[in-house]
Write a protein of this length. Structure first.
Length: 172
């Protein structure tokens, strides 16, 4: 059972909320502020200390470093923004070695689905629906040429990370 008053649950909820801020920032401006990635990194030690099971923090640092270094390649080619690379590395820190491959695969899948939606004729009804419910920015994004990869990173962090992080604290 999930205890919403446990420190571990609060840390995971903050992790998810900060990822949500990255999603909103990326949708609004195609930028992920450094303070979002810094907040994820600064909150990480609280996760390590509050998790009910041991956390491989050394392996997690290695994963984050590797994601960052490898992410410099698509960044230098202009395929990914710097904020996306930093957000992916900070999220990889939280997920660590056991979840890095599912996280990267889910990020690629969600990013690919978003790209397909942006290229398809389906985007026009989605844009109209978004405008009707007050999400005109999202509609404008679908009509644009740039993919907000922070959205894919955030969704993958939620999908892969949420259940794993809660389970690490003994919360299910």
């Amino acid at each position: 059972m999930i205890d919403p008053f446990s420190l571990h649950f609060c840390n995971v909820a903050l992790f998810m909320a900060i990822l949500g801020l990255a999603l909103v920032a990326d949708l609004q401006s195609f930028r992920i502020p450094n303070r979002i990635c810094i907040a994820l990194v600064l909150l990480y030690p609280a996760h390590v200390l509050s998790a009910g099971a041991p956390v491989d923090w050394v392996g997690a640092l290695g994963v984050a470093g590797l994601i960052f270094v490898v992410g410099l390649l698509p960044f230098s080619a202009g395929w990914m923004g710097g904020g996306d690379v930093k957000l992916m590395a900070a999220t990889g820190l939280w997920l660590g070695p056991p979840a890095v491959l599912p996280f990267l695969a889910m990020t690629a899948l969600v990013g690919g689905l978003l790209a397909v939606l942006m290229l398809s004729q389906l985007r026009f009804p989605v844009v109209q629906a978004a405008q009707r419910i007050g999400l005109a920015e999202f509609g404008d994004l679908l009509l644009g040429r740039s993919i907000p990869y922070g959205v894919a990173i955030t969704l993958a962090g939620w999908i892969v990370g949420g259940p794993r992080l809660l389970a690490a604290g003994g919360l299910q």
